[in-house]
Ligand binder design. Structure first.
Ligand code: AMP
Ligand code: MG
Length: 370
């Protein structure tokens, strides 16, 4: 999507939402512009400066990708609030652009078109989709298919809205042979891709949000705002510091408000995923939105974690590995995390045990006892 196309959407995405501040006290306000002596031409609408909070941060949020995204940015002395507002708008627009190409629920998205052409000739792919699929394949291979974006051949049979009913076992068995990440064929030359078999379908719900967070964070940094937190529906990237002090990120309690603990983070992503986020109940059983690609069925609740949080160098990886670890289950999932030096995790089990990977035990801060 070009800047020309996104421009009319900016006010809906960005500045109109910039005042979702928990601390409304502004540190500084823009000086009123001097009145022009003569203004023969209609002036461009003034750039609205978002309020700066007492701690030097600017906060904004926007509904995107079916969830709420937020940006919390520390304003460096060399920058203006107006410039920060403009960068935040661009970051939100970038997330919107990623959704436009990576949503399997939009028939006109690039990903839907690639799925519709499954079994056909390789097609040229945008740099973003190529990267997303390339990185998806790496995670799928590393996790032995626990994360598999081709799960969607079966995933499309499931709806997780309240009141939904499960598909038939026959329908699942029929589509299951189409689930195999090895059938995503990519060619670097000409940046092309295809799905090997007709009927295969891609769903990027477990990685696109992380990628969008990374893109937004990159965009803020490129514009000189290197100290920020970008968060969207449980996917967080933390960049730099808050004026020299470490940003603190909490891990949400799966069964109520508040957090089970927090981590000081810098230049790292933390992604949390849990069955409690989206599910439906039918005939006394709860079906949650993460699907085991080997069976085509949602994870067995009793054997699954209540929530999984994965720490990784970026949100794309953290998102995808988080879903994979959820599929693996707490014991095997933690074993996998320990085998990968760049990954850490906090897993909450069904019996409310907190499993913390060895690299985090010293850094994890528990809330004070009530
Ligand atoms: P997350 O919240 O990041 O765990 O992602 C969950 C979303 O990822 C689901 O809503 C599906 O769109 C998709 N998904 C579910 N199961 C899998 C899987 N095994 N591999 C890849 N994507 C999945
Ligand atoms: Mg994920």
């Amino acid at each position: 999507m070009s800047a020309r196309v996104i421009a009319p959407r900016l006010s809906a995405l960005g500045l109109a939402l910039l005042c979702g501040c928990s601390d409304p006290s502004p540190r500084s306000l823009p000086a009123p512009s001097p009145a022009p002596l003569a203004a023969p031409l209609p002036a461009a609408p003034p750039v609205q400066a978002p309020p700066v909070r007492r701690d030097g941060t600017i906060y904004a949020e926007s509904e995107l990708m079916g969830t709420r995204f937020s940006i919390n940015l520390w304003l460096p002395p060399s920058q203006t609030a107006e410039a920060a507002g403009a960068a935040i708008e661009l970051a939100f627009a970038e997330i919107d652009r990623i959704e436009g190409l990576a949503s399997e629920w939009r028939p006109d998205s690039e990903i839907s078109q690639l799925s519709a052409a499954a079994g056909g000739e390789p097609r040229p792919l945008s740099p973003d989709l190529y990267t997303l699929l390339q990185r998806s394949k790496v995670v799928a291979e590393a996790t032995d298919g626990a994360f598999d974006p081709t799960f969607h051949a079966v995933g499309q049979l499931w709806s997780f809205r309240p009141g939904a009913i499960p598909p038939s076992a026959e329908a699942i068995a029929d589509k299951l042979p189409l689930v195999d990440w090895r059938g995503i064929e990519l060619t670097a030359e000409g940046r092309r891709g295809r799905l090997r078999r007709a009927g295969m379908k891609l769903g990027l719900g477990a990685i696109a949000k992380g990628y969008a967070v990374d893109r937004a964070a990159q965009l803020l940094s490129d514009r000189g705002f290197t100290d920020h937190i970008v968060e969207g529906g449980g996917d967080t990237f933390v960049s730099g510091t808050k004026g020299g002090a470490a940003w603190m990120v909490g891990i949400q309690r799966p069964d109520g408000p508040g957090s089970v603990g927090a981590l000081p983070l810098r230049d790292r992503a933390l992604v949390t995923s849990g069955g409690y986020q989206r599910y439906f109940e039918h005939a006394g059983r709860r079906y949650s939105h993460i699907i085991d690609p080997r069976s085509g069925w949602p994870l067995d609740e009793a054997a699954s974690a209540l929530s999984v949080s994965v720490l990784a160098p970026d949100a794309t990886d953290a998102d995808a590995y988080c879903t994979a670890v959820a599929v693996m289950g707490p014991a095997r999932g933690m074993e996998f995390i320990e085998s990968r030096p760049e990954l850490e995790a906090v897993i909450i089990t069904q019996d409310r045990q907190l499993l913390i990977s060895s690299g985090l035990t010293e850094r994890f801060i528990r809330p004070p006892a009530p």
